[in-house]
Design a protein around this ligand. Structure first.
Ligand code: FAD
Length: 355
């Protein structure tokens, strides 16, 4: 406050105070990268890599999220595909912006093509920072569940490995056992050997805390950048439920949902590199509600953060994510409905095959 000159510019460019309007995408696709190796290394269908490759081929610059030397997440830029590889895969931690916005502006003014990828709020923030459109900018966000606290991530790593520096890789979305039942995988060095902590996401404590919404940033519970309101050209996501719409596009190796929000987005996606099928936004809203709904703040979140510094994190996660009896009942009803729906679906298919 000592250095504030009262110009109110921060209020004018704040996406929380002045959010962009929600809008509908121009086109919605289910898509798979034809290159299976890339797809298996990516969290969904490997679409980000295709977009990044196009920009790099045009001598452009790609911004994305990578791990730093302490395994925290930062937004950085890449000028070749080797550097882009560090951005591949979802990292379920809030990324530090560092100098990314300033660097984007510098490259844009130098007339380089720029792809900026990040959470919807980071993309909305970039547009507010730039304050005018640039023809040489492509922005890509994703349907975002919310981003977890870097403090919790750091404390989790301290708890599960002796020395954070011994970690050699972290995968939040390892697909060895499939895309739908993905695993969390952390590799670290023990003496001259490499050890691995591979667990299905449902059994991993950090993933449990993330998916039960207990460790998300406070702003995520009232996200102002949802519903394609980040002004991104393209939104990428998982096409959960693809087996119900396009069963032929579900091999459990990852299928992407692509929302093409602008003409620039439509022109950039090279359809020759993907297997794709068009669908409509109404259907997507029911299959992937995170595209327009913020997560609900759990009643135990404040308690979790208040006790975090003094207690064993794993026990605290277990305690604070234990479902209430109401949630357990809701889950039973949900599972039964799903079972009946799938059985009816199968009966209809068998009947059709006889006709
Ligand atoms: C925190 C988070 C929450 C998400 N929530 C959902 C969801 O609820 N529903 C859904 O369908 N999809 C969600 N996604 C998106 C999904 O997991 C994939 O990232 C997306 O579908 C792209 O996959 P891909 O196969 O095309 O490429 P990938 O190679 O998997 O894409 C990686 C892209 O994500 C960016 N990225 C990775 N981690 C971060 C981060 N921490 N901050 C900013 N950018 C990052 C990279 O820079 C790169 O652009 C989420 C992703 C993240 C990071």
């Amino acid at each position: 406050m000592d250095t504030c000159i009262d110009c109110a510019l921060c209020e004018k460019v704040c996406n929380e105070l002045q959010p962009y309007e929600k809008r509908e995408p121009l086109k919605v696709l289910a898509a798979i990268n034809k290159n299976e190796e890339i797809r298996l290394k990516s969290s969904s269908g490997g679409i980000f890599y295709i977009l990044a490759e196009k920009i790099i081929k045009e001598d452009g610059v790609v911004f994305g999220a990578r791990f730093d030397e302490n395994w925290q997440v930062v937004i950085d830029y890449a000028e070749d595909m080797k550097e882009v590889e560090a951005f591949m895969g979802s990292k379920y931690v809030q990324a530090r912006m560092e100098n990314a916005y300033k660097d984007v502006k510098r490259f844009l003014t130098d007339s380089r093509m720029v792809l900026f990828s990040g959470t919807p709020c980071q993309v909305a923030g970039l547009h507010k920072y730039l304050r005018k459109p640039y023809d040489n900018l492509l922005t890509v966000d994703f349907i975002c569940h919310g981003t977890p606290s870097p403090k919790v991530w750091g404390m989790y790593l301290d708890e599960v490995v002796k020395e954070v520096k011994s970690i050699s890789s972290v995968e939040f979305r390892n697909k060895d056992k499939g895309w739908k039942d993905f695993s969390f995988n952390l590799r670290f060095n023990e003496g001259d050997k490499t050890a691995s902590m591979l667990s299905p996401y449902k059994q991993n404590h950090y993933m449990k805390a993330f998916l039960r919404d207990i460790i998300l940033r406070p702003s995520c519970y009232e996200c102002k950048a949802k519903g394609c309101s980040s002004q991104s050209d393209i939104t990428i996501a998982d096409f959960w439920g693809v087996h119900n719409i396009y069963p032929e596009m579900d091999d459990d190796k990852g299928t992407s949902l692509i929302l093409l929000n602008t003409d620039n987005g439509i022109d950039t996606l090279d359809k020759k590199q993907v297997i794709s099928a068009e669908t409509n936004f109404k259907r997507i809203k029911s299959l992937n509600p995170a595209c327009y709904l913020s997560p609900k703040e759990p009643s135990k979140r404040d308690e979790f953060f208040a006790r975090l510094d003094n207690e064993n994190m794993i026990e605290l996660i277990n305690e604070c994510t234990r479902p209430t009896s109401k949630q357990r009942l809701y889950k039973i009803v949900y599972d039964c409905t799903l079972l009946i729906y799938n059985m009816l679906d199968r009966v209809v298919k068998v009947k059709k095959s006889f006709n």
